[in-house]
Design a protein around this ligand. Structure first.
Ligand SMILES: *Cc1c(COP(=O)(O)O)cnc(C)c1O
Length: 362
């Protein structure tokens, strides 16, 4: 059994992917070829955002978003301590300070009601994560940001395809950043990512920053990066976009079925009625995680932990944050375990996973 089965999807779209790759091989525009621009238009339309600027990966997308708002050393960025490391890594990379706000215990997303008290004169941005594929409470977050004139950036690496109050993830904040890492809801066959915004000036700046700060050829107006998406990856993503709505629907059905079968056995991430999740992960909580993981393994069921150490307790931040300062994140990090989840998980396999969870909890 696969934790995330990419092979079944590959079989389904093999012909289309091959055709798209051949087109790229024939025209030979490997950097910023026509597929990149076609994909950007398609992704913008999908999310409803005015601009999509594709990037080399999701981490670069976050870096470019912060560069676009002129992040400086000493600036503060409010974020969640319960995420993949890239979320705070990009903040620290610029010498800015991640200011953590603890999570809501049921959704695992940043507790929007605790954000305002952390705002200071140095706060430059709020960078929430839409964890496991479910959006954070962006209406509340946007309202706080507007009140203080702060920029919002959605880390939508796990939530492309999700909705919040019938609006798509990647079109809920000033700038949004997603990842096309192969195992994300929309993944390519390598690294990839994208920024989204409705702001013309920010879009223009991100475009310049992603190509060495180059406003026109060999004319550099910014210190930028080399953070472009490969044309081949864009071509692959175009083929995947043709089946993406269907895959999201399958994820909804599988997620709902898991919840029905598991909710009386173990706590699961609560999906609020105003949201639909992209189910990047299906995550439950258990008391005795090490033992559960081992028993699942003995039954042939792969699991993963997203994430075992909250960001403020990562060794690189030693001395900067105290253990116990974000107790909900710390508790969640010690209890969560993710189950196999992908659009091609059939009912028999799902039943096997659920039976194994039951057995492992005995
Ligand atoms: C995957 C991920 C990223 C980084 O994306 P890459 O494409 O791997 O660089 C950032 N934030 C979160 C929450 C992620 O899950």
């Amino acid at each position: 059994m696969e934790f995330i089965d990419l092979k079944t999807q590959q079989k389904r779209i093999q012909k289309q992917v091959q055709e798209k790759i051949n087109t790229v091989l024939n025209h030979g525009q490997y950097i910023m070829g026509p597929e990149v621009f076609e994909l950007e238009e398609r992704l913008a339309k999908y999310t409803g955002a005015k601009h999509c600027i594709t990037n080399a990966n999701g981490t670069d997308a976050l870096m470019l978003a912060l560069m676009a708002i002129n992040i400086k050393p000493g600036d503060e960025v409010i974020t969640t301590p319960f995420s993949f490391f890239a979320t705070s890594e990009v903040i620290s990379f610029f010498g800015a300070v991640p200011v953590f706000v603890d999570i809501d215990r049921e959704t695992y997303n940043i507790d929007a009601n605790l954000i305002e008290e952390k705002i200071t004169k140095k706060t430059k941005a709020i960078l929430p994560v839409s964890l496991y594929g479910q959006c954070a409470d962006y209406d509340v977050i946007e309202e706080i940001a507007a009140k203080y004139g702060i920029v919002t950036i959605e880390d939508a690496a796990q939530s492309f395809g999700a909705t919040y109050k019938n609006r798509k993830s990647c079109n809920l904040t000033k700038i949004s950043c997603t990842s096309f890492f192969p195992s994300k809801p929309l993944g390519c066959y390598g690294d990839g990512g994208a920024c989204f915004t409705n702001d013309d000036k920010i879009a223009e700046k991100i475009k310049i920053l992603r190509t060495h700060g180059q406003a026109k050829r060999y004319y550099h107006t910014e210190i930028g990066m080399n953070a472009r998406l490969d044309t081949l990856q864009a071509a692959i993503l175009l083929a995947k976009m043709d089946i993406f709505d269907d895959e999201i629907q399958l994820r909804h059905e599988i997620g709902a079925r898991y919840t029905k079968l598991i909710k009386d056995i173990a706590p699961t991430q609560k999906i609020l009625t105003e949201n639909t999740s992209a189910y990047a992960q299906y995550t439950i909580e258990v008391d005795n995680r090490e033992s559960v993981i081992n028993k699942m393994k003995e039954q042939g069921i792969p699991t993963a932990v997203h994430y075992p150490i909250p960001l403020h307790l990562q060794p690189v931040y030693a001395g900067q944050y105290k253990a116990g300062s974000y107790p909900k994140s710390e508790e969640a990090a010690s209890r969560v375990v993710s189950l196999p989840m992908h659009p091609y998980l059939d009912e028999a396999t799902q039943d096997k996973v659920v039976a194994a969870v039951k057995e492992s909890l005995k």
